[in-house]
Ligand binder design. Structure first.
Ligand code: KG4
Ligand code: ZN
Length: 345
């Protein structure tokens, strides 16, 4: 079964064709990072306009890269929630139009579910039950799965998402957008033990990241012996490259510690055979290493292949495939519901 997956929930316009949930026939991603970098973050209106320009060529290329035509496609899957509403509108409208004109079964797909299914794209079949940490720019959730297409949210953030925290700390340090890769790179030459940052005390399996971002800011002000009213752009000018690297490394190590601690705790209440990472932050090399170190003796450990952690169409197609296998019926493209926020179910 060949499924076309279309993704436009944030700042990547993407389309892919995937066979039987795990064989990527094509995967085209046009990133708007360069456009948004000038503003230090995603501007929703610009994102939506850029999707309009890119969507048709991206879909055409996904078909031509796979040496297929639309007649060869058995199902169309598209991200319909959650995300930026203007961005979601572009991808869903394109997908609905293609589905209606060509009479192709249509499957709206939840974005977080797609991130989790990026782990099936490398040909692996993670064993259930599993715990997946969905860690991206917009989300931080621990999700327990007993079988395909069955999701229980067992932990979530009470404020900022972990990726948002990487992005905000990068901004404070004067590193470019998106902050995750920039922090990760700067941390390579930094000392993770130089600055002590607090681990927030949040009960259950929940997270809080807004305090960590503020703790970094306060720690920089203290390091430079400046009052807490000093704005971050003033601090950046005064930090040496080594201090930036040390702050990046100390922050990254703390964020990783928080996540690993919660995953260990989650596994006590929800014993799992596999531990998965999903979402943009799962690209983080230090996090992957720490996860392996902590769980590889007792669990199967998975993270997406390079390039499949961040938003792409292949993960959308894979998620839809396993939903179809689990019995999901196609949606009428005329009756699609799109929503900026929603929980996985
Ligand atoms: O999944 P994604 O592409 O979009 C959302 O659904 O949010 O995730 C983007 C997020 C950004 O916050 C970015 O800074 C973060 O993923 N990210 C990383 C890395 N690469 C991307 N965070 C930490 N380390 C990385 N290497
Ligand atoms: Zn995403």
């Amino acid at each position: 079964m060949k499924i076309m997956g279309i993704e436009s929930s944030c700042d990547e316009t993407a389309a892919a064709v995937v066979e039987n949930g795990n064989k990527i026939l094509s995967n085209v991603v046009v990133s708007q990072i360069d456009i948004h970098a000038a503003y230090g973050g995603v501007i929703p209106e610009i994102a939506a306009r850029s999707h309009i320009e890119a969507i048709q060529p991206v879909i055409d290329k996904a078909l031509s890269d796979a040496s297929l035509t639309i007649e060869n496609i058995d199902a169309i899957a598209v991200t319909h929630t959650p995300g930026l509403i203007g961005s979601l509108l572009v991808g869903t409208l394109a997908a609905r139009t293609i589905a209606v004109i060509n009479n192709i079964p249509f499957y709206p797909t939840h974005h977080l579910k797609s991130h989790i299914y990026a782990n099936w794209l490398s040909g692996h079949q993670p064993e259930f039950p599993l715990i997946s940490a969905v860690i991206s720019g917009g989300h931080t959730q621990l999700i327990y799965m007993n079988r395909h297409d069955d999701f229980e949210i067992i932990g979530t953030t009470r404020d900022d998402a972990i990726g948002e925290c990487f992005d905000k700390v990068a901004k404070i340090l004067g590193l470019p957008y998106p902050g995750g890769p920039a922090i990760s790179k700067a941390a390579e030459s930094g000392n993770p033990n130089r600055y002590k940052l607090p681990i927030p005390k949040v009960d259950k399996l929940d997270f809080s990241f807004s305090g960590l971002k503020t703790a970094v800011l306060r720690s920089i002000q203290k390091e430079l012996s400046l009052p807490i009213t000093t704005p971050s752009h003033k601090l950046q000018e005064l930090l040496t490259a080594q201090q930036v690297a040390d702050f990046a490394a100390s922050f990254q190590a703390t964020a990783i510690k928080i996540l690993i601690q919660k995953l260990k705790k989650a596994n006590e209440s929800y014993p799992a055979k596999s531990i998965l990472l999903a979402g943009g932050v799962s690209a983080n090399r230090a996090l992957r290493d720490e996860l392996q170190k902590t769980f590889s003796k007792t669990h199967q450990v998975y993270f997406p292949e390079p390039g499949l952690s961040t938003d792409n169409g292949a993960m959308v197609a894979s998620a839809a495939y396993y939903s179809i296998q689990a019995g999901e019926k196609p949606t009428n493209p005329y009756e699609l519901d799109i929503s900026p926020r929603s929980t996985i179910h």
